[in-house]
Ligand binder design. Structure first.
Ligand code: DGY
Length: 323
């Protein structure tokens, strides 16, 4: 059968599809496909393995209703109208779990980098501003014994919380829609969103993007955060209001921030956040390790193969399509 893959994926995933005897069509250009191009590309295909953040909406699913399945190579699926896929009886799957450790590592990396002004200090070297040693200049802050507030204590948040507890003996608090199954083992205390903002020295976001979390970190939320605290977001850029965040940093209310996600992506190179000290920004590399991307490609390929065999996709997001 025929599979359209919307970007080049790791060989481990491609191999599985080819070994099963399927024909692959891959979008090899280094640019995203437009909505119409993606629909056109799927016209004569049996399945789509979708990489990146192409919007898959009702228009897409109604015009591609012949697809036997859509396998996302991502854990997040905020770009997909799952209700529309279900309406058109198209199973959609994602790649949960396999990228948790790598994404938690990225949050930890940002946390350390922000606390010690790492990116700013690197820029001092490459711009010829290393200067002379001043005992009171370019100081960071330490994390030992401080309070980490996790918003969205799922697997990624729990991995970060574990690291922060083991390495820095941080007190752990969290806020979720419902109690987290990870909380007891970590010794993490549930707080309301308000209490978490007021209590935490570091707030790290690990929730998915949904109508309740979009813009959750607005000017009012940043104002309630502890003076001198750190904001980390490795989830989705739309969860924070960038202008409000910039103001909270410019006013000195926040110590700093670390972002692996922005809105829009890519961030424009003249964005004022990029030149601010204590701000560390990465280009959405949360899952970008060889091992994790291999696991994601294999999981997406296995979901695709199941759909083409007429079987339930192992990581299906809309199981009701199977009746
Ligand atoms: C995910 O899997 O959702 C990551 O953000 C990469 O897209």
């Amino acid at each position: 059968m025929r599979i359209f893959i919307s970007r080049i994926i790791p060989e481990a995933g491609r191999r599985l599809l080819l070994q099963a005897g399927h024909t692959l069509t891959e979008h090899a250009e280094k640019r995203p496909l437009s909505h119409e191009e993606l629909i056109g590309a799927c016209t004569s295909q049996d399945a789509l393995l979708s990489v990146g953040h192409s919007r898959l909406d009702d228009d897409f699913f109604s015009r591609c209703r012949h697809l036997r399945g859509v396998a996302l190579m991502s854990a997040g699926y905020d770009q997909v109208d799952i209700a529309a896929a279900t309406h058109w009886k198209i199973p959609v799957s994602n790649t949960p779990g396999v990228l948790s450790a790598a994404t938690a590592d990225t949050a930890f990396l940002l946390l350390l980098a922000v606390s010690r002004n790492a990116f700013y200090n690197y820029r001092r070297i490459i711009t010829g501003n290393w200067g002379f040693f001043e005992p009171t200049a370019n100081l960071g802050i330490e994390l030992y014994g401080k309070t980490l507030g996790i918003v969205g204590l799922g697997k990624i948040g729990a991995d970060l919380a574990h690291k922060c507890k083991v390495v820095y003996n941080m007190r752990l608090v969290y806020h979720n829609r419902s109690a987290s199954r990870f909380a007891a083992a970590l010794g993490a205390e549930y707080l309301s969103f308000e209490e978490l903002l007021q209590t935490s020295d570091v707030v790290s976001v690990h929730t998915d993007l949904n109508p309740a979390t979009e813009g959750m970190f607005n000017a009012a939320a940043f104002a309630r955060m502890k003076p001198g605290s750190i904001f980390i977001n490795t989830a989705r850029g739309k969860i924070h209001d960038e202008q409000a965040l910039t103001q909270a940093l410019q006013s000195g209310h926040l110590w700093g921030c670390g972002l692996d996600v922005t809105h829009p992506e890519p961030m424009q190179p003249d964005n004022p956040l990029l030149t601010m000290p204590r701000v560390c920004i990465l280009p959405h590399i949360g899952s970008a390790t060889v091992e994790t991307r291999n696991r994601m490609a294999v999981m997406a390929a296995e979901n695709t193969l199941a759909a083409l065999r007429g079987e339930k996709m192992p990581q299906v997001l809309n199981p009701s399509v199977y009746g």
